[in-house]
Design a binder for this molecule. Structure first.
Ligand SMILES: [Zn+2]
Length: 388
């Protein structure tokens, strides 16, 4: 199919262009490459005969592939920073050449409902630019999609996959406000006292231990390494599921959701006495847990941002754990231990994470600047929320 060849050609050109890249020079962006594509289409009639959508989307996919490669690499570094080099799984691979027969596919964007027609119970057809109507088997309901992708798998079967962005979830309309504190002990602590625990990694520790004992270079070791990689992947899936479920639940349950703004990239909050004076092993484990949780938290915030669009507020995380959510006094010593917060001014006492979550819900944890909060901010003032 010509579309596949064009998409592959454009992709491979982009790969080759990247391979000329030298440090210190910016790689060409999507817009630049689109301009270059126009030039190429003017020069090569066979390319111009193809669909410009297919070719531009190949470029867009190429950029998306690089972005996800960098994200995967960051995650990989964060997770295996403490692992010995020969114990690490292979780092994620860079986007590379697409081969004929293996990577066949293209993407069409800007489609509407008029581009898909149901023929009968089993069959339907989709309009492909420059190609006409293509029939496919109706295997599941087709959402109202903005784009779709046509691929051919190694077995030579063609697939068409519609991609729809799910609409944001409406809030309950009660004006309910919630603050969410993330932590190592309690993954998510809500200001109304609900707590949610992310699934624990299972199988990894035991396999890691067995891997450590296995002789280097042995077949057994290679097998264990593969099993460990699968366990990591399974755990990541479980975490993703958990994030999806919790973010939906919270987006549906509250009208205004406040979380800490982690673009203020200080990990001091998570580094604060999460584990009091840990032994070396404990600390290492806690470090790893934190890294995994941190990535889960980022995912959670991103999903929430989408699902509760316009109803999510980010709060400066400074002082949320030291400020009394009852009277507003900021006092380091009020945090008696990992679990207990006790205000020395008003006597308010609560679970420390709950106190932090209540501060986040109030949305003004850090307005005191560097010192103590100004008196006007000490009153716990619940924000007014207007229900449309
Ligand atoms: Zn107090």
């Amino acid at each position: 199919m010509g579309h596949c060849a064009h998409a592959r050609y454009v992709w491979n050109l982009a790969v080759e262009q990247r391979s000329w890249w030298q440090p210190g020079r910016p790689a060409p962006g999507f817009a630049t490459q689109c301009r270059q594509l126009s030039g190429a289409r003017a020069a090569f009639p066979w390319l111009a005969a193809g669909s410009v959508i297919v070719q531009q989307q190949a470029l867009r996919d190429f950029h998306a592939a690089w972005a996800s490669y960098f994200a995967a690499l960051r995650e990989w570094r964060r997770r295996y920073v403490r692992t010995a080099p020969d114990e690490r799984p292979d780092p994620p691979g860079q986007p590379s050449w697409r081969k004929r027969g293996l990577d066949e596919g293209f993407r069409i964007v800007a489609t509407g409902p008029q581009d898909v027609q149901r023929l009968n119970r089993r069959r339907a057809q989709v309009l492909v630019p420059k190609l006409g109507w293509v029939r496919f088997r109706w295997s599941r309901p087709v959402p109202e999609a903005r784009s779709y992708r046509v691929t051919r798998d190694r077995a030579g079967r063609w697939h068409v996959a519609f991609c729809a962005v799910p609409p944001p979830i409406p809030g309950p309309g009660t004006g309910e406000v919630v603050g969410i504190d993330r932590g190592v002990t309690v993954t998510l602590m809500l200001s109304d006292g609900r707590r949610y625990q992310a699934p624990a990694d299972c199988g990894v520790e035991r396999l890691q231990g067995r891997l450590d004992r296995a002789r280097r270079g042995s077949i057994r070791r290679a097998k264990l390494k593969a099993r460990l990689a699968r366990a990591h992947a399974r755990n990541a899936d479980a975490r993703r599921d958990w994030v999806e479920q919790r973010s939906t639940q919270i987006a549906r349950g509250y009208d205004l959701i406040r979380i800490e703004d982690l673009n203020v990239r200080n990990m001091t909050r998570s580094a604060k006495g999460t584990v009091e004076r840990p032994g070396r092993n404990v600390r290492q484990k806690a470090g790893l847990n934190r890294a995994i949780l941190a990535s889960g938290w980022g995912m959670f915030a991103a999903r929430l941002e989408h699902k509760a669009a316009g109803r999510l507020e980010k709060v400066d995380p400074a002082f949320t754990s030291w400020r009394c959510s009852e009277c507003g006094t900021v006092d380091r010593k009020a945090r008696e231990s990992q679990a207990v917060f006790r205000c020395r001014s008003c006597g308010y006492s609560a679970n420390a994470d709950l106190n932090a979550a209540r501060n986040i819900a109030a949305g003004h944890a850090a307005r005191g600047g560097r010192g103590l909060p100004r008196p006007s901010n000490c009153e716990p003032q619940l924000p007014t929320f207007h229900v449309a």
